[in-house]
Write a protein that binds this ligand. Structure first.
Ligand SMILES: [Fe+2]
Ligand SMILES: [Fe+2]
Length: 301
């Protein structure tokens, strides 16, 4: 798993933990009966609002859609933990709405609702901290182990994001980036490319707007070219951006074969790069094979 992706999850957990801490401080103060100024209720509502906006609508969906999906595709080892975490995500919104309702009631009718609010808020904080603890102690180490192995195939100095046939890797792109229009385009391209993969093929985003596909087991030149043609075809559909505008995208493709042309990952990437740069000189999606690579006459491009 990309180190950045782990760091981002941990840093989001730290932010959430700080807010939970604030909520606990507030309920303790209320519980002691020492502070009940209106401003504190306002602060409590702000803390709950943050928990609704950030974890509920951003952090959890990201984990559900990308992290959990990626782990499930790689192994069944985390299934029970993921089932539990997903169930907790599912209950989060309802629990939070109840707290939001209770904090309003507690402000206006403290004698009747304050105890219920502080008890429920404390329980929520304890449960949430243990939820994050489970993710950090069980799931992130598992993700690191099962999503990492394949990365060594590409020995580049750039960050590498691995996709599988069903799109694993998109979650890391979403975590590492902030989902600007450009990031969305990269995610869509990554997902489209992932759909072309056969069992055993590997797709990786090497960084920036560069992707690499390792076709395995070894296929013929004709098959590699047919694969590139399929990619050219799927890139013809414009990408729909979040504002519903569309964007035409094109890919410049370079093809290289190993072991006939290269003996190492570095060498094959360099060969493919050289061919890709020739494609770049032509507008629109197209492919070129690396210099010296034999090509059936019918396919000369
Ligand atoms: Fe979570
Ligand atoms: Fe989390």
């Amino acid at each position: 798993m990309n180190a950045n992706a782990t760091e981002i999850i941990l840093s989001e957990h730290r932010s959430i933990a700080a807010v939970l801490d604030g909520l606990r401080y507030f309920t303790r103060a209320l519980g002691n009966g020492s502070e009940r100024p209106a401003l504190d209720f306002r602060a409590a509502r702000a803390l709950l609002y943050y928990l609704d906006i950030f974890p509920e609508q951003f952090h959890h969906p990201k984990e559900d859609l990308f992290l959990f999906t990626a782990i499930r595709e790689a192994t069944s080892e985390g299934d029970r933990t993921i089932d539990q975490l997903k169930a907790e995500h599912g209950q989060g919104e309802a629990r939070l709405l109840r707290l939001m309702r209770l904090v309003i009631l507690a402000e206006f009718e403290p004698d009747r609702y304050l105890k219920d609010f502080t008890t429920s808020a404390d329980r929520y904080v304890i449960d949430y901290l243990s939820h994050m603890g489970l993710e950090e102690e069980v799931l992130l180490p598992l993700a690191k182990r099962v999503l990492d192995g394949i990365k060594t195939i590409f020995k580049t100095s750039n960050p590498v994001i691995i996709y599988t046939a069903t799109g694993t890797g998109a979650w890391e792109a979403a975590l590492v980036n902030t989902l600007s229009a450009g990031d969305r385009v990269l995610m869509v391209i990554g997902e489209r490319l992932a759909k072309t993969l056969r069992k055993g093929d590997v797709l990786a985003r090497l960084g920036g707007d560069e992707f690499a596909i390792l076709l395995e087991p070894m296929i013929s030149t004709a098959e590699a070219v047919a694969f590139a043609e399929r990619i050219v075809e799927i890139m013809k559909t414009p990408v729909i951006l979040l504002n519903n505008k569309t964007l035409d995208v094109s890919l410049s493709i370079g093809i290289a074969l190993s072991p006939s042309q290269a003996n190492s990952a570095k060498e094959i990437l360099e060969k493919a790069d050289e061919a890709m740069y020739r494609s770049k000189r032509i507008s629109g999606s197209c492919w070129h094979v690396s210099s010296g690579m034999p090509l059936p006459v019918a396919m000369k491009h």
